[in-house]
Design a protein around this ligand. Sequence first.
Ligand SMILES: Cc1cc2nc3c(=O)[nH]c(=O)nc-3n(C[C@H](O)[C@H](O)[C@H](O)COP(=O)(O)OP(=O)(O)OC[C@H]3O[C@@H](n4cnc5c(N)ncnc54)[C@H](O)[C@@H]3O)c2cc1C
Length: 457
Amino acid sequence: MTIHDERIRRMNDLSAKEGDYVLYWMQQSQRECCNHALEYAIREANRLSLPLIVCFGLTDNYPEANIRHYAFMLEGLAEVEEALKERGIRFVLRKGKPHEIALALGKKAALIICDMGYTTHQKKWREIVAGNALCQVMQVESDSIVPVETASQKSEYAARTIRPRIWQHLDTFLTGIEKARLEKPSLGLDISGEVLEDPARHLASLKLDKSIRAVPHFFRGGTSKAKGIFKHFIHNSLRNYDKNSNQPQTDDISKMSPYLHFGQISPLYLALEVKSLLKKEKEAAEAYLEELIIRRELAINFVYYTPDYDSYSCLPDWAKITLDEHRKDRREFVYSSEELIKAKTHDPYWNAAMREMATTGFMHNYMRMYWGKKILEWTPDPEEAFKTALAINNRYFIDGRDPNSYAGVAWVFGKHDRAWKERPIFGKVRYMAASGLEKKCDISAYVKKVDKMEAFS
Ligand SMILES: Cc1cc2nc3c(=O)[nH]c(=O)nc-3n(C[C@H](O)[C@H](O)[C@H](O)COP(=O)(O)OP(=O)(O)OC[C@H]3O[C@@H](n4cnc5c(N)ncnc54)[C@H](O)[C@@H]3O)c2cc1C
């Protein structure tokens, strides 16, 4: 299957030059399987009759990352190294800033290929590489099913406005990708780099925030782990997915978000698997594709077109106005960030959610919504609430620092939502109550589930 032109962007005006190899600088799409940037790079290497090397720059300075994120990422990269080796491709891991590693290895490259990231620093790194490389730099987008600029040219208002834009392109982009064979293997090339056999050794050698512990007993990184969990989900839980989307006591969710965040699994791979079940499990498969494609790509659209996606200022005017009108409303409970993190509130359901997050690095979507809404309710003002929610989100979730993180937190404050009945503190922003949890789901069973998780950790 072709790699559509819409996925490919020329990043500078240079041409491919004489060089020892083609370089794929891997950053966002950390996988060997179903990776358009990798397959494009192999085809280009074959066209130029050159070997291909894949590099990764491992920095201990990645914005907001801590050992929980790194442990998961390194497990994934160890698998990438192995999988590339089987295809005759040398994986070069070097410690340093990602764009600097790409430029250093790029000096001897005929052509540099990079994948696409959507956050500000990811865009900036690519611009620096394109602006300073001595050869042509091409970017290939592989982490959105419909390329972000094809879906829309602007920040979309809500799911209902982006949905038809995405759907009109799905037949084109929801298609598999064939693996190409590298004609000139690169395993024998003499290029220095670290070997990833022992991720724990690398973890120990990096200067990282180690105050949040890694959670390998709940989530292990890597494409094969992601595929295993997904297979289990398809066989055991997909059929209940639509019915149980607000039932956090169940496990009828795919838990793919950590793998999607690090690019260890392709959204296209997941969507094609579920699409093949559309006849058998119509409602459930449709509901899953709505989340994986529409909601996820709405978040990508938001981050891509909203420079202040990580600030309170990103919220729609109606939400800022109504929250401002209610900023002086009396708050029955006010908690500091430390009290929140220690799960020391009066609300056992919220505390359970926070304990799940701290213990496992994950939380069911329904509880994420409740978790965020209560931070807005219990913090002295909405700006501080926004900052607090985003900081805890990004620190504790393995899938934190993702477009979904920014869109999810902003949703709590009205982004991508509509105005509701006015009430204290929230104004017209949607409210969630503990009594709602009691009515809609078996919240006591959820608390017990978290107790068990804590005991297991
Ligand atoms: C306050 C708040 C904070 C959030 N923080 C994050 C975060 O840091 N990282 C993160 O990846 N997601 C975040 N989300 C979105 C969502 O909760 C998670 O993506 C989802 O719960 C992950 O679980 P899963 O993979 O089992 O999802 P499933 O229900 O199995 O869905 C499959 C995939 O669809 C996508 N998806 C599902 N629900 C949403 C949604 N509401 N918005 C966007 N995409 C969605 C995700 O990529 C997910 O992996 C947040 C939501 C809220 C309300």
